[in-house]
Design a protein around this ligand. Sequence first.
Ligand SMILES: [Fe+2]
Length: 502
Amino acid sequence: MVAGTRYWDDIDGEFDIPVEEITGTLPEGLTGTLYRNGSGRWNIGSSPVESIYDADGMVSAFVLNGAGVRFRNRFVRTRHFVQSTRAGRPIGRGFSAQRPGGIRANALRLPVNTANTSVMMNNDRLLALWEGGRPHELDPDSLDTYGMSDLGGALRGPVGAYSAHYTLDPETGAKVNFGFDPYFPRIDLRWALRGVSGAERRRRLRDLVGEAVPRVRLRLYETDTDGVTRYLRAVPLPGMGIVHDMALTRRYAIFVVSPMRINPWALTGHASFWDSMRFLTDTPTYFLLAPRSGGPVRTVETDAFYHWHFTNAYDDGDDVVVELPRFAPHTYEGVKNYTAHVRSGSAQVGGADPSDAVVLTRFRIGSSGRVTREPLADFGCEFPQIDPRRSTRRHDYSYVAVQDPVRFQGQGIARIDHRSGAGQVFCPPGNVLVEPTFVPRPGGDAEDDGWVITVGYQESHHRSRLMVFDAAGIADGPVAEAWLPFHVPMSYHGTFTSRVAR
Ligand SMILES: [Fe+2]
């Protein structure tokens, strides 16, 4: 992040204001609403919130109504937000934060739902997403919270989780998403021990105890253009891996399981979930290819790497191509305390050593299970986006947030042309730009015919602005900026809709 930054300071309230200061010219035809979500509340009373995972979600809306820009922000009124506000301090067990009171106060508690990771528009219904639980539905105009949703009863399992990362199928307009579903394997002791005694009985009993640990499967859902969600299938995971995102081809839903594991015994409350993370050595990474129409999941083993997000995936003959920012296998080497690791800045993308950089990578998975890979950019980047109309098929352009302190002083955005390999980079020093969002020009259908919009923080004046770029001219800088008189803290993910919020 920017040195000495106040980027992570709390925003000074909830606003609904016209943006008075616009530099450059807002493009004609660019109308709609950019929604963003992120950890927005870094202090509750006098207690700081120390983890990005546990800070309450704040949804922002930049409304481009044809006449100008309006800004609005609201904290999601989750149960945690309401109760901790009333108490004047954090009250829940987070992913990273423990409740005061030791093991007794934390045992058998799952992390509180902070609704802080992304947003989704379903047929004019706005959802704030968080991967560890159910989504919260918000009013798309006022951003008021209606409450937690089970998507018409579609969400399964005791948690009903619905991830922060859905994928669009542009052929049908459907959005495919997943949620984790922890479960205990069913063991019929009477049947398993039937007819055996003595040492054999004791051996089987020992094996069964070893089997009786919590496991995780993914539940796959599809939401159609009417906003109706239906359950598709289950995808068992090899171990309690963290699966943050998914990709989609015409044939498959694709997941990556890296050697990052949650220790299920964190449930006993002795340490936080994040501090119970295990980064396994000598363990491969797996691609899981789950046929969308059902049937056995293909598990493909490859060299270890970590990742959080996908760019895209597509079928290419019998091959499957998957693109994503690849974290090196040594990224988490020796990390015992993940919270301390993140706070120390060590987990930032692109460290002092170029081999630490996160490399945008194309994997090709052959029908035999052979995996090859090639780098697609020579700078560190994350939060990849594409023209959503190219989802599930080959795309020529990726848009990324550049995070490479070795090569660039600022954190900006870039466009990578995969036909030539050329990158267009815009990284003004002293600025932090978030995940870029591609907006197609109405009536156009060429892949780079449109705009890229993002939110940029300027450290020198401690303020943020909506930034609009011509998608084909990222290196030329923004064509328009709509400046807020204050800053907006880091947000992770967002979505643009052509619907103009009222
Ligand atoms: Fe994410």
